[in-house]
Design a protein around this ligand. Structure first.
Ligand code: 4AD
Ligand code: MG
Length: 479
């Protein structure tokens, strides 16, 4: 079919009754040898294509099966049937690609998300994943627009790096050395001098340190790129490869940083509500169905739409780590030892069960925790006058836990060097980072938003593996 296809989303919006139109897409269902539900990815809605079965060759009719790619040409008419306002009366149908009904794994019925993950290359064809990936796109686009409108520059920080930004040490090695016979030094260690970059290199865990260099010249920058962590976390919130947004702003303090993060989250969620009403309504319904199979006390008292509206219309609760620890230590689940990790004293790291208690049970709204003990946070966070805490902030969301982690940065060279020594981070190798503190240092702040956790929150998907096209996690790098 030579003619360009019209998107089904446009047909539904414009209702061009009486016009001859071409559509191209994939068959969802074919009823009574007459009614095709056609999907083309432009919307969650399908277009009903009515086949003129008397004038359609039998071998074409036979190939109109679930999953087949077809083109159809005909007039748009008002629909007689229920469930749609217009339909296409086809007088020409062509088959682009057959889908053997005996072998096509997607049947017109409900499949489990686990099963769909095994056929992630085909799951885009389902309503749920179609909706998730349209919303994901909208969120990505809104993030870029948000920063662009505020004068930020999109900075592309490297994916291959020789530094470990978080000091976490859970990185993926990048090498071209022969693993069976690597060059060795006299002491028997692997000699990375002979490797491609003449040093040890890894996939980045964060673009922050490079973004700081950008911010201290360009003023306001952000990164939005792939990030890699080799931690063996088999949870519904962790991926080995995920996307992170990291703004960094010169002359911002922690309060500015919190304001920026809140504004950004409200802006992008509002945008998704406005731009993806059909997809979100579908996902909201889907979640409602799913919740029905849960015990009463584990069901959420707000629908997905209500939760999103709530974020847009309310400010987040801000409190210090110290205040949060007091709330947690006096909480019922802590006193009754219901937490897996009972909080004994100030200084304890918060687990996701504690974060979710604060957000879901205590405040019942998003929470920003600040001023964490320096021993449980990264070296680059600004040390407070108490010498015990740092200017950190974590934003905690219902159902998700930590969605954003950030801080005001330590801009004082001597304090930063001291912190690096304490945490065994080689200051010589990091001379390039320290140079920003040597020459024209200034207060600055930034944060990292886990993009998939945001998509999870907005789509209501329970598992992070279902909001990225091809998830990477321990034991899986298929497709
Ligand atoms: O808290 P994190 O580790 O902070 C940083 O990397 C800082 N350099 C950010 C900055 O200040 N510029 O990670 C930031 C966010 C987390 O809050 C979480 O949303 C997400 O990244 N994240 C992950 N998402 C999916 N899978 C993982 N394994 C993740 N690890 C962190
Ligand atoms: Mg964090």
């Amino acid at each position: 079919m030579k003619e360009k296809a019209t998107a089904i989303s446009d047909i539904i919006r414009q209702q061009p009754v009486g016009k001859t139109i071409v559509v191209k897409g994939w068959v969802r269902t074919f009823r009574n040898n007459q009614f095709i539900a056609l999907s083309d990815g432009s919307t969650i809605q399908t277009l009903q294509v009515v086949v003129d079965f008397e004038n359609t060759p039998a071998d074409v009719l036979k190939k109109i099966t679930t999953g087949a790619a077809i083109g159809a040409k005909g007039i748009i008419v008002e629909s007689q049937g229920r469930g749609q306002t217009v339909e296409l009366k086809a007088d020409e149908i062509i088959i682009y690609g057959e889908a053997d009904p005996e072998k096509y794994p997607l049947q017109p019925k409900k499949h489990s998300l686990e099963f769909l993950r095994e056929i992630a290359h085909l799951r885009f064809r389902t309503n749920t994943f179609g909706a998730v990936f349209r919303v994901r796109h909208q969120l990505a686009f809104a993030i870029h627009r948000f920063f662009h409108e505020r004068g930020f520059y999109y900075l592309h920080t490297p994916i291959i790096t020789a530094s470990d930004a978080e000091g976490a040490g859970e990185m993926f090695r990048v090498t071209t050395l022969d693993l069976l016979d690597p060059p060795k030094s006299e002491e028997g260690a692997i000699n990375y001098k002979e490797d491609f970059f003449e040093r040890e290199t890894n996939l980045t865990v964060s673009g922050q340190l490079e973004a700081e260099l950008g911010a201290l010249a360009l003023g306001k920058v952000y990164t939005f790129g792939p990030t890699f962590r080799a931690e063996n976390s088999n949870t519904s919130r962790h991926l080995a490869e995920f996307w992170m947004i990291e703004p960094e702003v010169a002359f911002n303090d922690l309060t500015d940083n919190m304001d920026l993060a809140e504004d950004m989250l409200r802006y992008v969620i509002k945008d998704a509500l406005e731009q993806c009403p059909d997809d979100l309504a579908f996902l909201s319904d889907r979640l409602l169905q799913e919740e029905k199979s849960k015990p009463q006390d584990q069901r959420s008292d707000m629908s997905l739409m209500e939760r999103l509206e709530f974020i847009v219309n309310n400010t987040f609760e801000r409190l210090t780590y110290t205040e949060a620890i007091n709330i947690l230590m006096n909480s019922k689940p802590n006193k009754k030892k219901k937490f897996n990790y009972v909080i004994e004293e100030w200084g304890a790291d918060l687990q996701s069960e504690h974060e979710r208690y604060l957000v879901e049970k205590h405040f019942k709204k998003p929470v920003i925790l600040t001023d964490y003990p320096k021993d449980i946070k990264a070296f680059y966070m600004r040390v407070n006058d108490d010498q015990k805490t740092v200017r950190a902030m974590d934003i905690l969301f219902p159902g998700i836990g930590e969605i954003v982690g950030g801080s005001q940065r330590e801009e004082r060279l001597d304090v930063l060097e001291m912190r690096m020594k304490e945490m065994h981070i080689p200051t010589e190798e990091m001379y390039w980072f320290l140079d920003t503190r040597r020459f024209g240092s200034c207060p600055h702040a930034g944060f990292g938003l886990g993009f998939e956790r945001l998509v999870q929150f907005v789509t209501g998907m329970g598992n992070i593996r279902d909001v990225i096209a091809f998830p990477r996690y321990p034991g899986n790098a298929s497709f």
